[in-house]
Design a protein around this ligand. Structure first.
Ligand SMILES: Cc1cc2nc3c(=O)[nH]c(=O)nc-3n(C[C@H](O)[C@H](O)[C@H](O)COP(=O)(O)OP(=O)(O)OC[C@H]3O[C@@H](n4cnc5c(N)ncnc54)[C@H](O)[C@@H]3O)c2cc1C
Length: 383
């Protein structure tokens, strides 16, 4: 087949673009270095019949109707509002921290005093950042902010990013909310859903087109190369569009050095019991080496008696030379962005090469944001 478009990677970025081009009659070739499609959204069924998210728990949430409408074409979704608990001082309390968390961790009179002060101080909002609490002139509010910071935020962040608290960007701390009420949803987006038959099925439907061919277990860089601002496919210049959703530093053979990421060790455990914990995700900010435990039956609504599967996530250093490690979270800071920009300058000089997705753009994208970005890129370059 003669291809019009080559796409590297079959996560949401690559698969959405592949489908958009295929629907316009373009012949698309996808390279995927893993042995399966769906990128980090891939779900597999274990021997006990439970469907698990192989690369960590993924919950779909968005305020963008366009993204939801697009996804609905490729499978059924069911309403799912994510709720998270955190183990703090041996109690399970709602995360983000809310009035119920407060009442579980403080004795009643003190809890009421804090709630009253918070309501007075922050009349016009239902959320406040920890930083605002810590900087409050009111002693009670300030102490409460410091308590939440110490018990919910500090160790979790240090574990996740392996950096000293003093090095954490103020904007990150500023993003952590305390809910001034009893809303215990983890996300506030208008649309919150999970795929009825799992994410892998959504991808199978997305990629089900006579115009799409997929090469699994193949690193595209074995066939693709770049020379004199041109892209070559197996040594011959490729003049069609090339959409790259892999790591930008790998594409250019790390010539400006590797872009740093955090990785995760994911440990799945099976138990002969109906449920292991009272909610889908339980955060462990303090005592344990893992950050959270996910129990998948809550996501898939599967009724399987006497068996359950959980996942423990241990944050880990990423090393691009170690092919067993996955680059999960870009470490976004000014010097890494500067390095990224150097790579991106190279991309700009190649007219038919486009970057899309979390690795190619070195960004933290939620699923909805990456789908939106892919749809927008398609509008820009479809002709
Ligand atoms: C632990 C974790 C939990 C998350 N939870 C949520 C959540 O609850 N909700 C949410 O909205 N978002 C969540 N996200 C974000 C979500 O995972 C991303 O938005 C999404 O993965 C981005 O899709 P992508 O296509 O850019 O990347 P990916 O899904 O990583 O796809 C890129 C694909 O490219 C392939 N590839 C790379 N290089 C090459 C190459 N050279 N040749 C061939 N193939 C190549 C890779 O194998 C991969 O399959 C989470 C992220 C993490 C890390």
């Amino acid at each position: 087949m003669k291809y019009d478009v080559i796409i590297v990677g079959s996560g949401f970025a690559g698969s959405v673009l592949a489908r958009c081009f295929a629907d316009k009659g373009k012949k698309v070739l996808i390279y995927e270095k893993r042995e399966h499609i769906a990128g980090n959204m891939y779900e597999e069924v274990l021997e006990n019949g439970i469907r698990v998210h192989k690369y960590g728990p993924h919950i779909f949430h968005t305020n963008q109707k366009e993204v939801l409408d697009f996804l609905k074409k490729y499978g059924e979704w069911y309403f799912y509002e994510h709720k998270v608990l955190g183990k703090i001082n041996n109690k399970l309390v709602p995360i983000p921290f809310n009035f119920k968390s407060l009442e579980l961790l403080y004795e009643q009179t003190k809890a009421l005093e804090i709630e009253t002060k918070l309501k007075e101080e922050y009349k016009d909002t239902d959320k406040v950042s920890i930083l605002s609490l810590i900087n409050s002139q009111d002693k009670t509010i300030k102490e409460f902010g410091e308590f939440v910071y110490e018990n919910v935020f500090r160790n979790y962040t240090a574990k996740q990013w392996n950096i000293k608290i003093s090095e954490i960007d103020k904007s990150v701390i500023d993003r952590v909310p305390v809910v001034l009420g009893y809303d215990d949803r983890y996300f506030n987006d208008k649309y919150q859903f999970m795929p009825k038959d799992g994410y892998t099925k959504i991808f199978e439907n997305l990629l089900d087109s006579k115009n799409i061919e997929i090469k699994l277990s193949t690193n595209a860089l074995e066939d693709l190369s770049i020379k004199d601002n041109k892209v070559y496919l197996k040594g011959k210049e490729f003049k069609g569009k090339v959409i790259y959703t892999g790591a930008i530093d790998e594409l250019f053979d790390y010539k400006f050095g590797p872009l740093p990421y955090r990785s995760l060790k994911l440990v799945f455990e099976n138990y002969d019991m109906n449920y292991y914990q009272p909610t889908s995700v339980l955060n462990y900010p303090n005592e344990e080496d893992y950050t959270r435990i996910t129990e998948f039956k809550y996501f898939s609504n599967q009724i399987i008696d006497g068996s359950t599967t959980i996942l423990k996530e241990y944050p880990l250093k990423y090393d691009y030379k170690d092919k067993t490690k996955v680059p999960y979270y870009a470490i976004i800071n000014p010097s890494n962005i500067e390095k990224y920009n150097k790579y991106f300058e190279l991309v700009k000089s190649i007219p038919n090469l486009y970057m899309c997705g979390r690795l190619a753009e070195y960004k933290y994208y939620n699923m909805d944001a990456v789908i939106f970005r892919a749809l927008e890129l398609f509008k820009e370059i479809e002709n």
